[in-house]
Design a protein around this ligand. Structure first.
Ligand SMILES: Nc1ncnc2c1ncn2[C@@H]1O[C@H](COP(=O)(O)OP(=O)(O)O)[C@@H](O)[C@H]1O
Ligand SMILES: [Mg+2]
Length: 255
């Protein structure tokens, strides 16, 4: 199963934010999406999951979603998007409520994703009783519960401190190794992209177009800082140019 993005563009009331996006997300790959703030990354993710209708082009799944998929697309958001009055288990079960599962299947799925994300002992806790990192684990558990064909993550670690971010990056690596995941991971953090992605799509400043697609040709287990250094350099030069010209444009517009 692949996700095919065909000539996608988007404008909000005449403001063109995305243009001519052609891309295929391959089965089982993690695609990272990086680019300057405001270049349309969240817009593209919304289009991929069907939250937003693109003003040009189309997105489709090619092939069959994996067996047991309840929702073809699920999201993990920067701000976790948990219901504060529901327990950890209650938030996860939300993803299963509109599906024809019997009680035993539902419970088995919940137990499985809570175990995967290290939340089994916290099932009765409310979000406010948890740290940011644990809250985002709930967001991840909820997204996995529906066994999505494609997992869509919008800067999932950006609200967390550096240490927590590192812990969750390790969680992602572990999850990715345990389960086959097809994912689109939006971030403005190069190091996250380099750790998790198979390919990194660099978008230009607004209107976002594909500037370059970089393959991370280092096996996940061998992704040390040293092994990634030259790729990181290349990516940094690409996004640095884009960020700098976006910045100059802003200065001119306001000057
Ligand atoms: N609902 C909306 N209505 C109008 N403009 C929007 C809307 N959502 C986003 N934008 C604008 O579109 C541009 C791209 O936004 P977004 O996709 O959130 O970028 P990114 O996630 O890359 O920072 C920004 O200039 C933003 O202000
Ligand atoms: Mg965004």
């Amino acid at each position: 199963m692949e996700l095919v993005i065909d000539g996608v563009g988007h404008a909000y009331d005449g403001l063109q934010v995305l243009q001519g996006i052609d891309l295929v997300v391959h089965d089982g790959e993690t695609l990272a999406l990086i680019g300057p703030s405001g270049c349309g990354k969240s817009t593209l993710l919304g289009i991929l999951g069907g939250l937003l209708q693109p003003t040009a082009g189309a997105v489709r799944l090619r092939g069959q979603p994996p067996a047991g998929t309840l929702n073809p697309f699920t999201y993990v958001f920067q701000d976790f998007a948990l219901l504060p009055w529901r327990s950890v288990e209650g938030n996860v079960s939300l993803a299963l409520e509109h599906h024809a599962l019997d009680a035993a299947q539902r419970q088995a799925t919940i137990d499985e994703v809570l175990a995967l994300t290290g939340l089994s002992e916290f099932r009765a806790a409310l979000p406010k009783q948890l740290s940011g990192g644990m809250r985002q684990r709930v967001g991840i558990a909820r997204a996995l519960a529906a066994k999505p064909a494609v997992l869509l993550l919008d800067e999932p670690l950006s609200a967390l401190d550096a240490q927590t971010r590192d812990l969750l990056l390790e969680d992602f690596e572990r999850l990715w190794a345990l389960r086959k995941v097809t994912a689109v991971y939006v971030t403005h953090n190069l190091d996250e992209a380099l750790r998790l992605a198979d390919r990194i799509v660099v978008l230009s400043r607004r209107p976002g177009r594909i500037r370059e697609v970089v393959t991370v040709d280092v096996p996940r287990a061998a992704r040390s800082v040293a092994a990634l250094a030259s790729l990181r350099d290349r990516l940094w030069r690409l996004i640095r140019d884009e960020a700098a010209s976006a910045d100059r444009e802003m200065a001119l517009a306001h000057g």
